[in-house]
Design a protein around this ligand. Structure first.
Ligand SMILES: [Zn+2]
Length: 86
């Protein structure tokens, strides 16, 4: 994984804070994150990310936590469907 060096991996701007992209391992600034959230497939990417996390939890013997994470993934899928019909 690439490390935070004080500059957004996407736009190159110096930033005080950062967050990981939902689409790759880039560490990005908050304006870039906001732009990412506006992508039409953002909730889908979020659901995929959550399901991968649920699999990780299951492999660590944490099935209850995995179920909770999977419920959150279902919610993201639901939001995606609702937004598509609007
Ligand atoms: Zn940025």
């Amino acid at each position: 994984m690439s490390e935070w060096n004080g500059k957004c991996h996407r736009c190159g701007s110096p930033a005080a804070g950062h967050i990981m992209s939902m689409y790759n391992l880039d560490l990005i600034c908050f304006p870039c994150k906001d732009a990412e959230k506006k992508r039409p497939d953002y909730h889908q990417a979020e659901a995929k990310d959550l399901r991968e996390y649920a699999d990780t939890l299951r492999s660590k013997g944490m099935p209850v936590q995995a179920d909770t994470v999977e419920e959150a993934a279902e919610l993201m899928d639901y939001i995606e469907r609702v937004e598509e019909t609007q």
